[in-house]
Design a protein around this ligand. Structure first.
Ligand SMILES: C[C@H](N)C(=O)N[C@@H](Cc1c[nH]cn1)C(=O)O
Ligand code: ZN
Ligand code: ZN
Length: 478
């Protein structure tokens, strides 16, 4: 059943109010990885819960307990569960999203304040942290709910909502909740399919449906030795320096071409056959797309298929930062006493964090031993998540294809995403149902980056897409 024309018109005519609400959401700096912002993640949960209640959603906040982050014992933000409709004649769809965001500071290179949504009417962009990842898409669902609530219209399907505030930090506590609530009589019992809007198109023009995600294994490697920071003029060439050791270790992990040097990691993945390569060759994507999104001509290859495979079906290792390193202005001549490097490996089937961890630890210990250093090495896995691949011939995807065609007038490309949403596989396994990724934003949105944005047209057409998908689902043969 097509979405009512009234619904599409309503989304268009409420654009300003929807943008205003996104501004309110972006203004809450709900950074899950920063203990000083934990209260803001709670504030964001309260704000979202209030919005949902005002739109007629029956909600409950679920306490997920506590966890240790960087040695600090912290309360986990609650998950928000919600329900609209309980009609046994209708399908039941579980919607997942996350209301936490990545860190952002103007000094990182933002042109505007990251937690103030800037509406640029000239470019048609909404700029602010969380605009595309993942507050914009969550608010897209709210826009759909608002139309039905204000017009006292039933939704075409029953909706079960699951929103969390720790996705950017490993979804701590959520797996247990999902497993528990998927049991008979649980909150998610009776769910027919899952839809997640939390990734991006490949380019700036072609909508996509996504059937795969990479997993993640995130590490902190620490080298310590001196009892305190030292003067490099007094102690240089006199003691083993932690930073020198750490840089040597990080240099053993990956080549500048992206090949992973930890024995067994790249080798765990079977090479693609010609049939699979055709899938990548047929996607609407070019080297210009990746370079425009990256902001420079720095693609690892000029071969589109190689670049796409690097993102979608190969593991990758990225080095994220060094804690304890001198980074301020000036020329401090210090030997830091303790430094920690953070890096992560994106995983693809059949890799799992459990299979990868011993390879990583063994590699680092061996590499450290070859340095002949008297410093101390520790390796910690901070968090992990398994990769996920779904059946894109399922009726859940068929409904989304029809909705895409109806809203955008074109067929979507089918993609695997290079990023990770750890709970996706848990939903698929615990509920035994199909999971669909239905992204709202474009490939150049800059999620996790400076000047993150969501195009107004993607916010508005994306809201229509989410609603239209629900109408298409209602009709489709199971
Ligand atoms: C794809 C999704 N929007 C996302 O950004 N996921 C994060 C998950 C994560 C895990 N550790 C930190 N963040 C990602 O892929 O980095
Ligand atoms: Zn993210
Ligand atoms: Zn996200």
């Amino acid at each position: 059943m097509p979405a009512p024309t009234q619904f599409l018109k309503y989304i268009d005519s409420n654009t300003d109010a929807f943008i205003k609400r996104l501004g309110d959401a972006v203004a809450i700096p709900s950074i899950s990885s920063d203990p000083t912002h934990r209260k803001d993640v709670f504030a964001m949960a309260d704000w979202l819960n209030e919005q949902l209640k005002q739109l007629g959603v029956d909600t409950k906040l679920v306490d997920l307990g506590r966890h240790i982050m960087d040695g600090e014992d912290l309360p986990l933000p609650p998950a928000i569960l919600g329900r609209v409709g309980n009609d046994s004649a209708k399908k039941t769809v579980l919607i997942y999203g996350h209301f936490d965001v990545q860190p952002a500071e103007k000094s990182d290179g933002w042109n505007t304040e990251p937690f103030t949504l800037v509406v640029n009417k000239e470019t048609g962009q909404l700029i602010g942290r969380g605009s595309t990842d993942d507050k914009g898409p969550i608010l897209g669902w709210l826009n759909v709910l608002q139309y039905h609530h204000e017009n006292k219209l039933p939704l075409p399907v029953n909706l079960v909502l699951c929103f969390e505030g720790m996705e950017e930090s490993g979804s701590e506590g959520l797996d247990d909740l999902v497993r528990r609530e998927s049991e008979k009589g649980g909150y998610f019992d009776g769910v027919d399919c899952v839809c997640i809007s939390d990734n991006y198109w490949l380019n700036t023009r072609t909508p996509v449906l996504t059937y795969g995600l990479r997993g993640l294994s995130y590490y902190k490697v620490t080298v310590s030795g001196p009892g305190r920071d030292l003067h490099s003029g007094v102690f240089g060439r006199t003691v083993h320096e932690p930073m020198t050791d750490l840089i040597s270790l990080l240099g053993t992990l990956v080549t500048p071409q992206g090949d992973i040097l930890i024995k067994g990691v790249d080798e765990m993945v079977a090479p693609p056959d010609e049939e699979e390569k055709k899938i990548y060759a047929n996607l609407d994507y070019s080297i210009a797309d990746v370079e425009e999104a990256a902001g420079a001509s720095i693609a690892l290859s000029s071969d589109k298929v190689a670049v796409l495979m690097g993102r979608m079906r190969s593991p990758s290792l990225s080095i994220h930062g060094i804690e304890g390193a001198f980074s301020a202005a000036g020329a401090k001549t210090v030997i830091p006493a303790k430094v920690s490097g953070r890096f992560s490996i994106r995983l693809v089937p059949p890799q799992t964090p459990e299979k990868i961890k011993p390879l990583v630890v063994n590699h680092l210990q061996k590499a450290f031993a070859t340095l002949g250093s008297k410093n101390k090495l520790t390796v910690e896995e901070l968090h992990g998540g398994k990769p996920w691949v779904a059946d894109h011939r399922h009726w859940n995807f068929e409904a989304a294809k029809k909705a895409t065609k109806a809203v955008y007038g074109q067929d979507p490309d089918l993609t695997r995403e290079g990023g990770s949403i750890p709970v996706t596989l848990t939903f698929a396994e615990s509920l035994g149902v199909n999971v669909l990724l239905l992204p709202m934003g474009r490939g150049d949105d800059g999620a996790h980056s400076t000047n993150e944005k969501l195009d107004i047209s993607n916010f508005i057409e994306g809201s229509k897409l989410l609603g239209t998908y629900l109408y298409e689902l209602a009709d489709i043969q199971k």
